[in-house]
Design a protein around this ligand. Structure first.
Ligand code: ATP
Ligand code: MG
Length: 180
């Protein structure tokens, strides 16, 4: 499984629709300060269901929508879609390719989709359990996060190991069963 593309439209500094395409291997994104490199990482966190605005370096969720510049009007929504190659079926769905998207309007209305079907945030989370990819996964390591992991509480570190060991979904199911 690998990330094939990231499509961004109206998210943070990306007013125009843009599509980054990747191949199986290593890709670096380079650019001057303030050109939007970290915004690309934020876009991936966001589409994976990030709900904490602080993690996205904003103060309210609306801050992820393109706010306009001197010569360009603000946009009314933010949209991000990531497409993953799933030919090894690491994601537990039949599709060879999985596209997850999220759209947010200024009204606060929002929607998630998996391969074109509207889903709940919960479905997006479940799709990525135990893959290391979800917003709690270790696939996106932000600046300062290594320190946080090393100095964090043992329980927090434990969550990372659970994810890597692939037992998160069993734990969630157990907790749900205990609640019933
Ligand atoms: P550095 O090399 O300093 O880490 P970077 O390439 O990571 O820079 P980013 O932090 O991704 O840069 O981008 C910051 C830019 O994004 C700023 O110019 C900021 O004004 C712009 N930006 C952030 N949110 C929005 C928004 N909602 N609308 C328009 N522009 C935004
Ligand atoms: Mg940056």
């Amino acid at each position: 499984m690998y990330l094939k593309s990231i499509e961004i439209h109206g998210f943070k500094s990306f007013a125009n629709k843009i599509k980054f395409e990747f191949h199986n291997g290593i890709t670096g994104i380079v650019g001057p300060n303030g050109s939007g490199k970290s915004n690309v990482a934020d876009a991936v966190r966001w589409v994976l269901g990030e709900q904490k605005v602080k993690q996205l370096r904003g103060s309210k969720m609306e801050d992820v929508i393109f706010a306009g510049t001197e010569n360009r009007k603000p946009l009314g929504f933010a949209y991000v879609a990531i497409t993953l190659d799933n030919s090894d079926h690491k994601l537990d769905v039949d599709y060879e390719e999985v596209t997850v998207s999220r759209r947010l309007f200024r009204s606060g209305e929002s929607e998630y989709m998996i391969n074109g079907t509207q889903v709940r945030l919960k479905d997006v989370n479940e799709l990525f359990y135990d893959t290391g990819i979800g917003k709690e996964g270790y696939s996106i390591i932000g600046q300062g996060q290594i320190d946080q992991i090393l100095s964090g509480k043992p329980e927090e570190r434990r969550e990372l190991f659970d994810e890597a060991a692939g037992i998160v979904k069993f734990k969630r199911r157990k907790n749900q069963a205990l609640k019933k």
